[in-house]
Design a protein around this ligand. Structure first.
Ligand code: M6R
Length: 365
């Protein structure tokens, strides 16, 4: 049941703090990550030469977060591949390859075929799955089940957040087993991760602020989202969400890349959402946003509290997001962009949970 909410999507957005908590806590023993609870031996995270994350749509986007975190905290390189491309791209697969497949439903045919191929070529396969006993779970060597509970809305929300949460757990596991993080560092990281459910709770409560922003984009035909680093991963997901349920054409662009062509599309009053939450990147992200603003774009800034803005009144709108350390900002940004898509769709009078042309589970290749 929708529990009093008009749509499942809103209910599922609100369920995220619990979903994240349940997913994280199930893999912690003595304040540190423990995948032995999932039956995965530690060696699996040590003895690989190549690592691929594969998935489709939102699930693939969570892999992008995994890639960034692994580089930053575990010194480990990975590839993120769209499952349907992976199958035909002649990926390098052998017994030294670890393939991590991500899927809410566990039934997406492209992801399933990719896992089967990886197994056939002797790679070790781990899947991150929400639906128990699903086909991908059964086809994989190991499964990390996410604890989001049933997700009904076609637009994925809580399933994404828990997949992302698993990325943090994997990062600590891989970093520690490969000597890139000490036990103390691992514990400190996990301590911060355990505070994320509260951060997400607060972000969900901030819904009216985001609802007001959605009213500013409701008439838009085209829109751009800009960000760098983890903000870029976040806007890829946020932009997909907006397209999927509000039918606004939205393009997520790396703030640094837009000037290599796409900025030609920025004209007077083009709506742009610029996400600026990474301390290290903020000055670059802001100067890229100023560039599009000076071409006439109406720039809505989603900025981390604590990042200083000069001449704040020059922005079309400014939304402040709770200040947590850079690597965890993906959570409050994600919630804000989910709510933005939700309210835009709702106020347009669309069927939020069942957007046109889409199904919850995609079983055609
Ligand atoms: O069940 P899966 O996670 O394998 O589904 C993958 C995609 O089809 C899915 O994430 C899709 O992109 C969502 N509708 C996005 O909200």
């Amino acid at each position: 049941s929708k529990n009093g909410y008009p749509f499942f999507m809103e209910k599922e957005i609100a369920e995220q703090p619990k979903a994240i908590k349940d997913t994280i806590e199930a893999r912690i023993t003595d304040d540190i990550v423990d995948f032995s609870k999932d039956g995965i031996p530690e060696e699996v995270f040590k003895n690989f030469q190549r690592l691929y994350f594969i998935g489709c749509g939102t699930a693939m986007h969570s892999g992008l977060v995994g890639k960034s975190l692994l580089q930053q905290f575990a010194g480990a390189y990975s590839n993120v591949e769209i499952a349907s491309e992976f199958i035909y791209d002649n990926p390098v697969l052998d017994e030294n390859t670890l393939v991590i497949a991500i899927s809410q439903s566990g039934e997406t045919i492209d992801t399933l075929e990719a896992v089967k191929m990886a197994k056939k070529m002797k790679a070790t396969t781990i899947s991150i799955i929400n639906v128990r006993e699903s086909s991908i779970a059964k086809a994989s060597d190991y499964v990390i089940y996410t604890n989001a509970g049933p997700e009904i809305a076609v637009a994925s929300t809580k399933a994404y957040s828990v997949q992302v949460a698993v990325m943090y757990l994997l990062t600590v596991q891989i970093a520690m087993i490969n000597g890139k993080m000490t036990l103390e560092e691992g514990k400190a990281f996990i301590k911060k991760l355990r505070k994320i459910p509260d951060v997400v709770e607060e972000a969900v409560k901030n819904r009216e602020t985001i609802h007001n922003i959605s009213r500013k984009i409701i008439e838009a035909k085209d829109l751009f989202m800009l960000g760098r680093g983890l903000d870029y991963s976040a806007i890829l997901e946020g932009s997909l969400k907006l397209k999927e349920i509000s039918y606004i054409h939205s393009e997520a662009y790396s703030s640094g890349e837009i000037k290599h062509g796409t900025i030609a599309l920025i004209t007077q009053d083009t709506p742009v959402i610029a996400v600026v939450t990474q301390n290290k990147l903020a000055s670059k992200e802001l100067s890229n946003a100023i560039e599009v603003r000076s071409r006439g774009a109406k720039v809505i800034l989603f900025v981390k509290d604590g990042i200083k803005l000069e001449n704040e009144e020059e922005w079309y709108e400014v939304v402040r997001l709770r200040d947590v350390s850079d690597e965890f900002m993906i959570f409050p940004v994600t919630v804000a962009l989910q709510l933005l898509a939700y309210y835009t769709s709702l106020d347009k009078g669309l069927d939020v949970d069942k957007p046109r042309n889409l199904a919850k589970v995609v079983t055609v290749e």
